[in-house]
Design a protein around this ligand. Structure first.
Ligand SMILES: [Fe+2]
Length: 401
């Protein structure tokens, strides 16, 4: 009880401070062909040698389109295309080293959340060379302007192009944690749906469910929400319900691809201010320990945690059920349950499992410790978990596999 009172007091005090902060948003360029804007933006920022950060697959398939634009404009670049999912401290340090060795003067991150987060981590290290990555974990530890940063998402999910967070994994301990700082919001975000056209259905599904989790966790959180984050969450949920499965079944549906990128951006806008919650905190432990893709972990855990929250979230979920046109008759409880049931239905229709059977018994105590340490005291979750309740949720994730 005392702990919970402390967490709520912390959140109330942080909320007052948060409303006095200047929350930056990236300048946004959207639509097919918007990548063509990149050379002009780099030029505007006087970037002459840009550090391009991406993953192996995007590095082969999509990055060349952007690199040829740079070649054409006479902008030099250094390419690092080795960021795998759940990027590690080692990768962040490699990027920082390359950046400094080559005298780079800006970042261009192309990919899903992993390359964008790894580049953000490296940017933080560039301006804080004495701070180890782990030392910047948590809130407001960077506090220094990073070099010009352009984020180009190639999935519609993480929202990293607009958030204050970089999620990094310690390769030795397998602890996955977030560096959160207003300075990590990219200066520019390019939402070009052409880059998501060839995304495989499975990744479209899980990254889209990550975006849904951002919107729902932000929306059901207490305290930090503003009128704008509430509106952004609601719009994101409606758009994801409408367009995710269209993008999943037809990757060439450019309207669906465009709307999913916008929804993901809106969900990112909402959660960077209003925070994520227990779903993400538990999902991060699976990413760190078992390399579970982030969106997949969230997709599986989201309905389980919402069911566990019970009546604490009924009113808000009922409202989402009405807004999405899912159910506008019946009691608040019935509508909320219909909303959760629809998340399970979406998962099933897109081939996402109902649980995970690979979680090892001996890892559970560590998972609980990491998840609670991530959530408390900072995330204003609708239900504060203690060890017992967190364990019960993890055991449901296993038993529902
Ligand atoms: Fe996420």
């Amino acid at each position: 009880m005392l702990e919970k009172a402390y967490y709520r007091t912390f959140q109330a005090v942080f909320n007052i401070g948060s409303r006095c902060m200047n929350w930056p948003t990236p300048a946004l360029y959207t639509g097919p062909g918007s990548i063509e804007k990149i050379p002009e933006l780099l030029d505007k920022e006087k970037v002459r040698n840009v550090m391009v950060v991406t993953g192996p697959s995007v590095g082969k398939k999509l990055a060349p389109r952007i690199l040829s634009l740079l070649d054409h404009a006479g902008i030099r670049y250094v390419l690092f295309a080795e960021v795998e999912s759940n990027p590690t401290v080692i990768i962040v340090n490699k990027i920082q080293k390359l950046y400094l060795e080559n005298g780079c003067d800006g970042f261009l991150a192309i990919g899903g959340g992993s390359p964008i987060d790894a580049a953000k981590g490296a940017a933080a290290r560039v301006v804080r060379p004495k701070a180890e990555v782990g030392k910047m974990a948590g809130l407001l530890k960077v506090m220094k302007k990073i070099p010009p940063f352009i984020a180009v998402p190639t999935t519609a999910g993480t929202g990293s192009e607009t958030t204050i967070a970089a999620v990094i994994t310690d390769s030795e301990t397998h602890h996955k944690y977030a560096i959160m700082d207003l300075k990590l919001v990219p200066k520019y975000a390019i939402l070009d749906p052409e880059l998501t056209r060839e995304l495989p259905p499975k990744i479209t599904a899980t990254t889209g469910m990550d975006a849904l989790t951002h919107a729902v966790e932000a929306y059901t959180n207490l305290t930090y929400n503003t009128d704008e984050t509430i509106r952004m969450s609601e719009e994101a949920v409606c758009e994801i319900f409408r367009y995710l499965e269209r993008a999943y079944s037809d990757g060439n549906d450019m309207e669906a691809r465009t709307q999913m990128l916008i929804a993901s951006y809106k969900a990112g806008f909402a959660f960077t201010r209003a925070c994520v919650g227990n779903v993400h905190a538990i999902a991060h432990t699976l990413g760190g320990l078992y390399n579970t893709p982030h969106g997949l972990a969230n997709a599986v855990i989201l309905p389980i945690v919402l069911e566990d929250y019970g009546e604490a979230v009924y009113v808000k979920l009922a409202h989402l059920a009405e807004l999405t046109g899912l159910k506008d008759e019946g009691s608040v409880e019935e509508k909320a349950k219909a909303f959760i049931a629809e998340i399970r239905n979406m998962n099933r229709r897109m081939g996402i499992p109902t649980g995970f059977d690979f979680i090892k018994e001996e890892d559970i105590p560590q998972m609980i410790s990491w998840a609670l340490a991530e959530t408390n005291p900072f995330y204003p979750v609708p239900v504060i978990y203690d060890r017992r309740r967190c364990e019960a949720v993890i055991r449901r994730i296993i038993s529902e596999a």
